[in-house]
Design a protein around this ligand. Structure first.
Ligand SMILES: [Zn+2]
Length: 387
């Protein structure tokens, strides 16, 4: 192992107590998407202490930041990404407190060596992963321009690297009908709820004929006011997901056809809207994945057998914009699901903190690989451009 990597690991070990305290502090004060003011301030302050120049409130997002290490020379640009938003009611049940502390540790460790390393080092604070798409906005605002490697990790029930994520779009379907007394004059009414139910039925038929791995799941958000009034207004929300972004777009058309058919059948008027939350699928960069895996093995961690459970993340959009990785490190038993109280507990456990330290080390080591190996950077870009 290179001397740089050994030094980076030693730096993370020296910072371990501090990083745990940051993870615990974020855990104790969970903040929802786009409201992470306390987390963004804390991380910015510590990044300044680590020697970074910090711009807080970038890309028009109050809680986004870019921390740039001032030692910049010719060479590649590495961005280490932190997430720090929590979930309603469940707090840090997705472990973003650990993501933030791990990213901070990795960036701090590389920063401590940066005056001797080529290239440019960024720590990016990316808010609102849970449905707000902070990274999507940051990409649109050009903040990833010039980045050669974007890397983050995510706590999980298992350790897997190079896993994909599903492209997602969130859709709202509303129908407008006509009210009438449901018993005395039902013939005068147009039933908007029937249109919603017909949409679900159309979707059930469609499901038999979609590719494996795609997901369309919905809830009824409005179903009428009273049984004796023909529902004038009814609405549903769906998440449409697929392993590839173009197939998600195909499924959106198919779902819309179900809704239009339901409108025709019932006489209700369809109002279709795609609301927030549209992420691309993940494109893990293979050479970067391989580099990360060898660093993970070098610190004594092994990979678990992957399964096909997949969610969606705005890191998908990042990996479609520049070479990137989003490895998962185990913090709990395999049968624990994310977004549960049990997972939240693991996000402030010794096992969770230990995994965060491993993440800080391995992300730092991978950043050093990228900064010091022009050959790796070349392979990353050719793999990115091929796939
Ligand atoms: Zn998450």
């Amino acid at each position: 192992m290179s001397d740089w990597k050994a030094q980076a690991q030693a730096a993370v070990d020296r910072l371990a107590d501090r990083l745990r305290a940051v993870a615990q502090e974020l855990f104790d004060h969970p903040e929802l998407k786009h409201e992470e003011t306390r987390a963004a301030a804390l991380l910015s302050d510590v990044a300044r202490e680590a020697g970074f120049d910090v711009g807080l409130g970038v890309a028009g997002l109050e809680t986004a930041f870019v921390a740039t290490h001032p030692a910049i020379t010719d060479g590649p640009t590495v961005a280490i990404l932190a997430e720090y938003d929590a979930l309603p009611d469940l707090g840090h049940a997705c472990g973003h407190n650990l993501i933030a502390a791990g990213a901070l540790g990795a960036a701090w460790a590389v920063a401590s060596l940066k005056s001797d390393l080529p290239g440019k080092l960024l720590l990016m604070g990316t808010p609102a992963e849970e449905g707000g798409g902070g990274k999507v906005t940051m990409i649109e605002q050009g903040l990833f321009d010039g980045v050669d490697a974007a890397m983050m990790y995510h706590p999980a029930p298992m350790t897997i690297v190079g896993h994909g994520s599903l492209a997602i779009t969130e859709v709202k379907i509303a129908f407008h009908g006509r009210p009438a007394h449901a018993s005395a004059w039902p013939e005068k009414g147009i039933n908007a709820l029937d249109a919603v139910i017909q949409t679900f039925n159309g979707l059930y038929a469609l499901r038999e004929h979609i590719k494996d791995g795609a997901r369309i799941h919905g809830i009824i958000t409005h179903g009428g006011a009273k049984p004796n009034i023909v529902p004038e207004y009814a609405a549903a929300e769906f998440y449409v997901r697929a392993p590839e972004t173009p197939y998600r777009d195909e499924l959106l058309v198919k779902l819309r056809n179900c809704a239009e058919g339901a409108a025709l059948a019932t006489g209700a008027t369809l109002e279709w809207s795609e609301i927030g939350h549209s992420y691309k699928s993940m494109k893990p960069n293979r050479p970067l994945v391989d580099a990360y895996v060898s660093n993970l093995e070098a610190v004594g961690w092994s990979l678990d057998e992957p399964d096909d459970a997949m969610g969606s993340t705005d890191m998908g959009d990042v990996t479609q914009a520049v070479p990137g990785i989003h490895p998962y490190l185990a913090i709990c038993a395999r049968d624990v699901a994310g977004h549960t109280r049990e997972f939240a507990e693991a996000s402030a456990s010794d096992r969770g903190f230990d995994a965060m330290i491993v993440a800080a080390k391995t992300l730092a080591m991978t950043a050093i690989d990228v900064l010091t190996s022009p050959e790796l950077v070349e392979r990353m870009w050719s793999s990115f451009n091929e796939t």
